[in-house]
Design a protein around this ligand. Sequence first.
Ligand SMILES: [Cu+2]
Length: 236
Amino acid sequence: MLVSHGLAGLLAQSGLVPRGTRVFVFERIFAVFLVLGTLVGVVVIGYMLYNAYKYRDDGQEPTDADRPALGELPTGGGKGKKLFTSFALSAVVVISLVAWTYGTLLYVEEGPSQAESLEIDVEGYQFGWRFTYPNGHVEDSTAGGVLRVPEDRAVRLRVTSADVFHNFGIPEQKVKTDAIPGQTSETWFQAEETGTYTANCYELCGAGHSYMTAQVVVMEPDEYREWYENLNESAS
Ligand SMILES: [Cu+2]
């Protein structure tokens, strides 16, 4: 654990770990796995086809020299060099991928600092979502309320539930976390574009589960500030 933490720390400093919104980070992870997976696939399948062709049936009877003797380990040619090289290469690829993904996900888990983010409490209930802003303003999805957030600003969500297990997620923002009664799960996201997104419940929670959606409206920062300040005035 200590070793992997140290490794992750080193990776974080090296600049190899992608930093940005969740959407950016998860897209980067997908791209890295896709490219490496394709590369490994091409090498493995290519080498297999090459050997299938090289050692194809030429119509001749195999001689005893072609067969391994009893107790002899097939070395794969080159006195085990090939075997060792392929094993070492796979180990390097797998270990680097694990370390890199671990470092990247540590960053995603941690998220931006509290000082620079907007905190919103999210409470799930059968069957809707309640959003509470720092000034005490409440938006309730079953009463037509929406989750309003500013563009380009980190939003920290403190998610809980009033009754049964729910799970809050906004697929377009690559954010999803448990909503459990008596417990608070923290997560974050940062929307890069204004627009309307949909939040869903991802834990089968009863007959109205599939209707347990909420709109997420990402606004221009100025527009958002105006909306938020007007709330303050009408509340006081
Ligand atoms: Cu639910």
